[in-house]
Design a protein around this ligand. Structure first.
Ligand code: UDP
Ligand code: MG
Length: 223
C-alpha cells in the first residue's frame, strides 16, 4: 500500500539515537495530519542499532526497517531506502538528530508550491569549523560545476518527488549531487533554511578522508 511520504534514514551505529529519533518524528508529524512511513536503513551497524530498530517497529506501526549486509555507506543506504519507499514524496535525513524533523512540514509546504526537490540549508550549522570550511569549498565547486545553485548540498534533510529520485543510481559520497543529477531530467529545485543541532550521542562516522572522497566525486561527476 502506498502513502504520501516516506522518511528515509540511513543509520550506522546510532543505538543511542534511534528511540529519540522516532519519537521526535512522531511529535513533529502527528498521525492525524500526515500519512507517512519511517524507513530506517541499518547500514551494517555493529552495535545494538538493529535491535532498537526492531523495537521501534513493534512500538510504532509507521516504522519499517531495512538491514544491509555490511557497511555500504550513507549514499548506498539512502538508495536502498528509495528502492523500498512507498511514498509519493521521499524525505531524507540523518539518524543522529542533527537534522530536526520539525522542519519536514516546511519542506512539504514548498513541494506543494510545485517543486520536485526541496533542499535544506543549515544556516546555523552546528559542526566544527574543520568540517564547515571544506564543506564551503565543496559547495562553491559543486555550484560552479553543476549549474544547480544551492548553499548546502551536504545537508541530508531534503525532500524529493519519488519519481525524480528513484531512477538515480549513486554510490560513494554522491548523495550531495542528487539535486544536480535530478536537474538533468528537468526537476524543479529550491532550498529552505532549516535548523541544525550539535550531535548529542555518539560520534560522527566521518574523518578527514571524506574531504578527498567528496572532491574526487566532484571530478567524477564532471567527467
Ligand atoms: N551513516 C551511514 N553509513 C555510514 C556513515 C554514516 O548510514 O557509513 C549515517 C549516520 O548514521 C547518520 C548519517 O549517515 O545517520 C550522517 O552521518 P554522520 O552524522 O556521521 O555525518 P556528519 O553529520 O558528521 O556529516
Ligand atoms: Mg551527523
Amino acid at each position: 500500500m502506498g502513502c504520501d511520504l516516506s522518511i528515509v534514514i540511513p543509520v550506522y551505529n546510532e543505538e543511542e539515537s534511534v528511540g529519540a529519533l522516532v519519537r521526535a518524528i512522531s511529535r513533529a508529524l502527528p498521525a492525524r495530519d500526515f500519512d507517512y512511513e519511517i524507513l530506517l536503513v541499518d547500514d551494517g551497524s555493529s552495535d545494538g542499532t538493529w535491535k532498537l530498530i526492531e523495537k521501534a517497529k513493534c512500538e510504532h506501526e509507521r516504522v519499517r526497517g531495512i538491514k544491509l549486509r555490511c557497511n555500504y555507506g550513507q549514499t548506498s543506504a539512502m538508495v536502498a531506502g528509495f528502492d523500498h519507499a512507498r511514498g509519493d514524496v521521499i524525505v531524507t535525513m540523518d539518524a543522529d538528530l542533527q537534522n530536526d524533523p520539525a522542519d519536514i512540514p516546511l519542506l512539504l509546504g514548498k513541494m506543494k508550491e510545485g517543486y520536485d526537490i526541496v533542499s535544506g540549508w543549515r544556516v546555523n550549522r552546528q559542526d566544527h569549523q574543520s568540517r564547515v570550511l571544506p564543506s564551503k569549498a565543496a559547495n562553491y565547486l559543486i555550484s560552479l560545476s553543476t549549474g544547480v545553485h544551492l548553499h548546502d548540498y551536504g545537508c541530508s534533510l531534503k525532500a524529493y518527488r519519488a519519481d525524480c529520485i528513484k531512477s538515480i543510481k549513486a554510490y560513494g559520497e554522491m548523495h550531495r549531487f542528487f539535486p544536480a543529477l535530478a536537474s538533468m531530467t528537468g526537476a524543479r529545485i529550491t532550498e529552505v533554511p532549516v535548523r541544525h543541532h550539535a550531535r548529542k550521542f555518539g560520534a560522527s562516522k566521518y574523518g578527514f578522508d571524506r574531504i578527498f572522497k567528496v572532491f574526487s566525486d566532484i571530478f567524477a561527476i564532471n567527467l
